[in-house]
Design a protein around this ligand. Structure first.
Ligand SMILES: [Ca+2]
Length: 303
């Protein structure tokens, strides 16, 4: 069984919640812990805990991590809001999540300790900005030899457009990509093809069980706050590549995360390895029909 730590910015985009649901519903992986990242990581940790509670998995520990990128200014989104204490609240946040309690250890300390405790066993699955993972590598560089690998959602490898997770912390992305850890990146090249259909949303609405009820409420709140018309399953596809290798085909390419001016936050394909460049496996093709079917069976019990 693959041991994973899911590092998530749950609460902004809706797909993190579905990724967490897929991880919990998949016997092939052991979700040893969840870490949260990016502004409002404490509120995000309470959200993750609330979703895990609906699956009766409060045994899975959740740790809040880095709120602020290395040097990138925090972006502002129209749906952003804060509570009376000035704490950033993701748009999907529900008031009764205030009661949820996550672990007191900082996510970066947890990552270092947990990886040290099981060398060669843990796959990190970052589905948000890479600030936590980069901070852990900076503080304890030896974890680069102890992690089994990283499977991340991020990048846009065949388009000259920055992707959100890299855009929010390019310096962190550069540190992670050049860490020497084997990297598999599932980027917008493939994830944009995995969009939920109206039938899938109807199915979610019609289900009468606690996890589906919460996922449905979060989805509705997200659709309303952002004006989107359907979730795109970026993060669940990333988790899905650990479950069924046939959904996505990867290619080995030398990639550099751009840091300067017009190439900032772009994932640039280079001619070969060199300073600041690392050969990674980037997702190149996806069988979206097979994946969406699998996702619906797993998360919604849909035949
Ligand atoms: Ca995410």
């Amino acid at each position: 069984m693959e041991k994973i730590i899911l590092d998530t910015d749950i609460g902004d985009d809706i797909d993190d919640a579905f990724a967490l649901a897929l991880a919990v519903r998949s016997p092939e992986i052991e979700l040893v812990g969840v870490t949260t990242v990016f502004r409002g990581s404490a509120a995000r940790a309470r959200m993750a805990k609330a979703l895990l509670r609906t699956y009766e998995r409060t045994d899975i520990p959740v740790y809040a991590g880095m709120d602020i990128p290395f040097i990138q200014e925090l972006p502002v989104r129209p749906e952003d809001r804060v509570n009376e204490k000035g704490e950033f609240l993701p748009c999907q946040y529900e008031a009764d999540m205030d009661l949820e309690q996550y672990e007191t250890l900082h996510a970066v300390d947890y990552l270092i300790q947990r990886i040290h405790g099981a060398p060669g066993e843990i796959t990190l699955v970052p589905i948000g900005p890479l600030t936590n993972i980069a901070a852990a590598i900076r503080r304890a560089p030896e974890i680069a030899q102890e992690v089994k690998g990283i499977t991340l959602m991020g990048g846009y490898f065949h388009e000259d457009i920055p992707e959100w997770n890299i855009f929010c912390d390019p310096e962190a992305a550069r540190i992670v990509f050049t860490s020497g850890i084997p990297i598999r990146a599932v980027g917008l090249d493939v994830t944009l093809k995995c969009r939920m259909t109206p039938e899938m949303l109807d199915r979610l609405e019609s289900m009468d069980e606690q996890p589906a009820n919460l996922l449905n409420r979060l989805t509705k709140r997200w659709l309303k706050a952002t004006g989107n018309d359907a979730p795109v399953l970026h993060d669940p596809l990333t988790v899905g590549t650990l479950l069924c290798p046939d959904f996505v085909k990867f290619e080995q390419i030398p990639v550099q995360v751009g840091l300067e001016k017009e190439v900032r936050a772009r994932t640039l394909i280079r001619d070969g390895a060199g300073p600041g460049t690392a050969v990674i496996e980037a997702a190149a093709k996806v069988d979206q029909e097979a994946y969406l079917k699998f996702f619906m069976e797993r998360v919604f019990g849909m035949e």
